[in-house]
Structure formats: C-alpha cells, structure tokens
Design a protein around this ligand. Structure first.
Ligand SMILES: [Zn+2]
Length: 409
C-alpha cells in the first residue's frame, strides 16, 4: 500500500527551492516518487496524508546532542547506574524524534557501548527513536575537558566512567581504535577546555598537535568523521590544521582559523543555544557560576565569529549540545532562531539541519533530502520558516522510515 503525502509547500533540501502542491509517494520505508498533485492517479488502497496546509521538509538532523544527559542544571548521570542512564537516554531519544529530529549525532556518552546499544535497540525495533550516529565516549586528556578528576571535583562523585584519558599520540590512537571497535560511528576528541569543566580554561589548547593528528590518522584510515570540541582560538587552528572533519562550538575562531578550515574543508557546528541558555538562565537554575561566567563571556563573540566563518564559506551544520544543562531533548528549536540572528541565510539554516548534516555523517545516500530512493523521513509544520524561523518550534508531523510518529491536526 502506498502512502501519499500531500504537501502544501515542499522544501526537499536538494537545491533550496520551495515547490507547491507536490505529493510524496512512500512505499514501505522509502520515498518512491515525488510528483505534482495535478494529474496524480490515486489508487483505491492509497493512504492519503493531508499536509496540504503545511510546510513539508526532510526529517531534521541535530548533529550535536548528548542522549545520556537530560538537561539537569548539574549533570548527575555519570554517577548513576548505566541501566538508569540508558533508560533515560531512550526517553531522550524519543523526545528528539517527536520534536522532528529523525536523526541525531550523539557527541559523547558516559559508557563505551551505551549509545551504540540505544542506536541498535531502536534500529532493531525494540524502542522508538531517531537514527543515531554515535561517538562512544569522548577522548580527552589529564586535566582536559570532562576528564574524570575535574568531574569529580565539580560534581563530588568518584568515577572512572565518563571519558577516555589519553596523554600521548599513541594513547589517542589506541582510544580511537577502541571506540571504533566498540561500534562508535565517529571519533570525538576534546581539543580545548570546556564550559562545564571546573578549572579548565575554555580558551586553552589541551590536546597537543601530535595527539590531534593521531586521531585524524585513525579517522582517515577507517574513513570516519573526527569531531573536535574546540572553543579557543589556538585549539581551533590546531584542529583545522590537522584536518579534523568538523569543529564543535568553534567559539573564538579567528581569520587564520577560518582560512585553515576552508583549506582543509573543515565544517563547524556552532551550538549557540547551549551557551546562551547557561549564560541567561543558568544562575537562577543552579548551574555552577563557573560555567555561567564562562558562557556569558563567550556568547557575544560567538554569533559574530560564526557569521564571519559562514561568510567566508565554511559549512555550518545544525547542532545544539542538547542534554547539557537546561538543554531539553526535543525542545532545541531555538537554535534555528539563533542561527538567523547570527546572519545565516534561511535556506542555509534549513540545509544545515538536513542535507549538510547528512553529508557530514556520510549518510546522504539515505537521508537529508526528500528524493526517490531515500528513507521517508519527513516533518511538517503549519508555519513557513522562510517567513519566520520561529515556525520551526511548531513541528506538527513526524514520519521516520514511512512510519508516522506525530500527527497533530
Ligand atoms: Zn557537547
């Protein structure tokens, strides 16, 4: 039986255009045809899905979430049993799907195989959630971002769980290979300090050039994405010079960093929303003042710097850091508004959360656009994001792989 999705406006994310009165034909989990409504021969057993008053687009992709964290002001999950974290992560995954995010990239989980298990459970039909692209655990260094000693000081618990600690290129190679062996899709490295780690300076480079190169060498050998967390100017340059695939946050990138990113085709994921939420609402919610102050100092320059990189031609991909303090899964759509405030063109914002993100993951054969042959991952909203990005907050229809998960009248 065919499902016919009648689209008022259709943004297929192929060339950025919007077409009216088109029909997407879905058979089982894939799109088989997209055709004008006029002249379409409807069969008696066709199932009609009427989105003729909606803006229809590909399922959204959030390229930076943490399914193992639930947005609590003080991250508490590292001290919880892995089973409890996994149970919460399944709920978080489902919330992303219901928010229109049919695919998410997890940027670091608390156990080596936890996120892969969530991914595999969903893929096998034991749970409902988005397609998941995983990092396993992040790779950091002694005294680096989210290194256990700092985590312990900050949150007061004993743990050896949260991260891989690697202090030589050889240890980085070993950790990266181990993550891939354990089923991670990509390699995540912590190049500079971070907002949530007490005692680390967000600006300073913590991973050596040689260690970053070691991670990149493993990524190249196995054709995997290497994702680098970097706020500070020098760390961003080091990551770009080494040829990582993508830089997360990229907060204080300078002109030289932008040049290096262009030269080595390094993309960036801004995650504006996390810094803004912590800076503006963190103190009242009980986020540590250390993190609040760090975020407040970074917010003003962040939008400006990302705009500069975007204008120069660096590819900007949608990602939110959802799961970190005050970032609730399925509620991260303010990022679309912030990207617009930064000065990114509306078409590029929508492509950032669809085709560009799919291309980053290497999953462009299956997702990211609405075209025959792709998975039927489709979302719809009553408003038009080309009129206001606020419309992205009203996702009213979600289909993943031909299955409807949300349909509001
Ligand atoms: Zn993150």
């Amino acid at each position: 039986m065919r499902k016919l999705v009648l689209c008022g406006k259709l943004f297929d994310a192929v060339d950025g255009s919007v077409r009216e009165n088109m029909v997407i034909i879905v058979e089982q989990d894939r799109i088989t045809e997209i055709t004008p409504k006029a002249g379409l021969a409807i069969r008696p057993d066709d199932e009609l899905i009427d989105l003729s008053r909606h803006f229809v687009m590909p399922g959204l992709i959030d390229a930076h979430v943490h399914l193992g964290m639930s947005g609590f002001p003080a991250i508490r999950e590292p001290d919880e049993p892995a089973e409890l974290v996994a149970a919460k992560a399944l709920k978080n995954a489902k919330d992303n799907l219901l928010g229109g995010f049919t695919t998410v990239r997890d940027e670091g989980y608390f156990t080596i195989q936890g996120c892969q298990s969530i991914r595999d459970a969903i893929n096998a039909g034991f749970a409902t959630g988005p397609r998941i692209f995983t990092s396993g655990m992040v790779i950091t260094q002694t005294a680096g971002h989210l290194e256990p000693r700092w985590t312990q000081e900050r949150f007061g618990f004993q743990t050896l769980k949260p991260v891989n600690v690697a202090n030589t290129p050889g240890e980085v190679v070993a950790a990266a290979r181990h993550m891939l062996k354990m089923g991670a899709d990509q390699i995540k490295i912590m190049v500079t300090g971070g907002v949530l780690s007490k005692g680390t300076n967000v600006g300073e480079q913590n991973m050596s050039d040689e260690e970053i190169q070691a991670a990149v060498s493993v990524g190249k050998m196995h054709d995997r994405v290497v994702s680098a967390h970097a706020h500070g100017t020098e760390g961003i340059k080091a990551a770009a010079r080494a040829g990582v695939t993508v830089i997360e946050h990229c907060t204080t990138v300078d002109d030289e960093g932008i040049e290096l990113m262009l030269k080595n085709k390094v993309a960036l994921v801004p995650t504006f929303i996390v810094l803004k939420l912590i800076a503006e609402k963190g103190a009242a919610a009980g986020v540590s003042m250390d993190a609040v102050e760090k975020s407040a100092a970074l917010v003003p320059m962040h939008l400006h710097n990302i705009k500069k990189a975007y204008d120069a031609g660096v590819r900007v991909i949608f990602g939110t850091d959802t799961g970190t303090p005050l970032g609730y899964h399925g509620k991260q759509h303010q990022e679309f508004v912030l990207m617009e405030q930064a000065g990114i063109a509306k078409t590029d914002i929508l492509l950032a959360a669809t085709r560009y993100a799919a291309e980053l993951l290497g999953w462009q054969a299956d997702i990211g656009t609405l075209e025959p042959g792709k998975y039927a991952d489709i979302v719809a909203l009553p408003g038009d994001p080309f009129e206001s990005m606020e419309a992205m907050k009203q996702i009213s229809f979600v289909m993943k792989g031909g299955q409807i998960h949300l349909q509001r009248a």
